[in-house]
Design a protein around this ligand. Structure first.
Ligand SMILES: Cc1cc2nc3c(=O)[nH]c(=O)nc-3n(C[C@H](O)[C@H](O)[C@H](O)COP(=O)(O)OP(=O)(O)OC[C@H]3O[C@@H](n4cnc5c(N)ncnc54)[C@H](O)[C@@H]3O)c2cc1C
Length: 438
């Protein structure tokens, strides 16, 4: 008997998952609300619409997103295959003709007789039936309400207010020091102190820095619960010193005193590689974040692994709800793919769709699901989904900091990334062979 899977959402993740299942002989019921209903960002009736930029970022395999794309090529990703086919000149980046991109993916999927497209808005679904939910950051309100009741109110978020993440290597320890407030903890925070003069320079630049214009549907009201650092700063010169830059309880070993103001960095994963700027959710342009946040003395050479962003984004608290296979722990026949699962970005969403399809196939055949390990970029993203701190969960884009380290400290960044990339691609080859993927 032909096995059947329901996929909800024919975006980047849903289209990739659909192809992977069709070619494995499944009957796929693909539920897509377009063209009957469009989100505020979607305009094109076809599948796999790129809602904003036409770039899928770098193709260089020593960059995080380039590596992820190469892994996807090895796994026979339809979406990346079409992107390569319809690429337009963009230096080392993979940019595409967006119309051709969506059209060719739609045509290819519709050429399979075992595809059943259902153009309707899904408002709820049977949690016992094999299903991949891939409705993205702008999941329709009715389905979001259903998911809220299924996953619990506290575990579904509707907006993103992300603080930047910096690498450990870029922190200047001539200025920074490790300490927990009032020594309550196990040395979990890195502190970036500022004296009065340094604080005033930073403050004056922060309040006049340029922000990103929010779209109409990204109504500022949604963000009230999580105020951007630059908005808080505008409430008065000391607002930050009584908020996220509060220095009390943090004795600087160099002066024996509390600093005038102090930025705290919190570990983002168990690795010593990535640190979140606590309370620094921001809507500044990336260029301004780079300029203004480097005025904090300990961050003068900062390497930003991720900049802060704010936009409407529906996503689940993945470490609470999913396992590393993107499978819902409480409902094993349901998988969540794409941006809704807590990954961030076009290519990451495609990767999520591909991984869900491979694993739902294994699951339905009573086989072990595939662990891509955190040596590959796709596996490192799954590891993040499973192991990130659920209390502060924020979506994650591919970056070199989430990969399992090279086992030694390599100072030269180029050399380190080349080594991480080689390890990842070799590991991917091994995993594909061992698990007979393709
Ligand atoms: C405004 C905006 C701009 C972005 N720009 C970029 C960018 O430039 N670069 C980048 O890397 N990432 C960007 N992202 C983030 C993200 O990578 C993309 O949103 C990406 O398309 C996510 O892929 P997805 O498959 O998870 O969701 P989508 O590609 O959005 O696909 C979801 C699909 O589900 C459908 N759907 C929703 N609800 C229902 C329902 N109830 N029933 C049936 N169908 C439904 C939608 O119509 C849509 O086709 C942006 C996000 C937003 C919101």
């Amino acid at each position: 008997m032909v096995k059947e899977v329901n996929i909800i959402g024919a975006g980047l993740a849903g289209s990739e998952a659909c192809y992977q299942l069709l070619k494995r002989g499944y009957k796929v019921n693909l539920f897509e609300m377009k063209p009957n209903k469009f989100s505020a960002a979607h305009k094109n009736k076809n599948f796999a619409e790129l809602v904003c930029s036409n770039s899928l970022k770098s193709n260089d395999v020593t960059s995080a997103c380039g590596l992820l794309k190469e892994e996807l090529r090895m796994l026979d990703s339809l979406v990346i295959k079409v992107a390569d086919r319809v690429s337009v000149p963009a230096g080392s980046a993979l940019a595409v003709d967006r119309e051709m991109f969506s059209q060719q993916i739609t045509d290819e999927l519709k050429s399979y007789p075992n595809l059943n497209v259902v153009n309707t808005e899904v408002e709820s679904f049977d949690l016992t039936k094999p299903t991949i939910v891939a409705t993205g950051p702008l999941t329709s309100d009715s389905l979001a309400s259903f998911l809220k009741t299924v996953f619990n109110d506290d575990y579904l978020y509707f907006f993103d207010a992300i603080a930047p993440i910096v690498s450990y290597d870029g922190i200047d320890f001539d200025s920074a020091f490790v300490a927990d407030r009032y020594d309550k903890g196990t040395g979990d925070y890195i502190n970036c102190p500022m004296n009065k003069e340094e604080y005033e320079i930073f403050y004056n630049e922060l309040v006049k820095a340029e922000s990103v214009q929010l779209k109409d549907f990204e109504n500022s009201k949604v963000f009230e619960g999580c105020m951007p650092v630059e908005v808080l700063a505008k409430r008065g010169i000391d607002a930050l010193r009584f908020g996220p830059l509060k220095p009390v309880g943090l004795t600087d070993p160099k002066t024996g005193r509390y600093p005038y103001a102090c930025v705290q960095l919190r570990r983002e994963t168990n690795n010593l590689d990535m640190f979140n700027m606590v309370g620094f959710q921001t809507n500044l342009t990336f260029k301004e974040q780079d300029r203004v946040f480097k005025l904090i003395p300990a961050l003068k050479n900062a390497e930003f692994l991720r900049f802060g962003v704010m936009h409407r984004n529906t996503f689940i608290n993945a470490p609470t709800i999913l396992n590393r296979y993107f499978q819902v722990k409480a409902y094993p026949n349901v998988f969540v793919a794409g941006q809704l699962s807590g990954v961030e970005g076009y290519v990451e969403s495609i990767a999520g769709g591909l991984l869900c399809a491979i694993n739902i196939d294994k699951h339905l055949n009573n086989l072990s699901m595939v662990d891509f390990t955190n040596q590959t970029m796709i596996g490192a993203l799954s590891n993040y989904i499973e192991c990130a701190n659920p209390k502060h969960f924020q979506p994650m884009a591919s970056n070199m900091g989430i990969l399992n380290g090279v086992g030694e400290r390599i100072k030269d960044k180029k050399e380190k990334y080349k080594k991480l990339s080689d390890i990842a691609l070799n590991k991917m080859k091994e995993i594909i062979e061992e698990n007979s993927i393709n």
